[in-house]
Design a protein around this ligand. Structure first.
Ligand SMILES: [Zn+2]
Length: 96
């Protein structure tokens, strides 16, 4: 699958590792994963007194930005937001 920058649309390449490059590698794009998160509350199967809280990732999708776009402040902000995005945690009644 070809990966494209979501901000300018150009195709991006995998990170290139090469000793000749100034830092030994060249990053062509930055990618974060985000998606729909659903809070799950359930009892620990091994110990019913313990209640587990976690998020299930329902629809994962990635956001990619090429290295030129990543220099832009608004693109960085957008990726940061996608990365940190967490739904409001709603207190739910425990199901028996
Ligand atoms: Zn771009």
């Amino acid at each position: 699958m070809d990966l494209k920058c979501q901000f300018c649309g150009r195709e991006v390449r995998e990170t290139v590792h090469c000793k000749k490059l100034p830092d030994g590698f060249q990053v062509d794009y930055y990618q974060v994963w985000t998606g729909e998160l659903r809070p799950i509350v359930m009892k620990n199967q091994k110990d019913e007194r313990e209640v587990l809280h976690f998020f299930r990732l329902d629809a994962a999708h990635s956001v990619a930005a090429c290295r030129e776009c990543f220099q832009k402040e608004e693109v960085k902000t957008e990726l940061e937001r996608a990365f940190r995005q967490l739904p409001e945690v709603v207190e739910e009644e425990e199901e028996e």
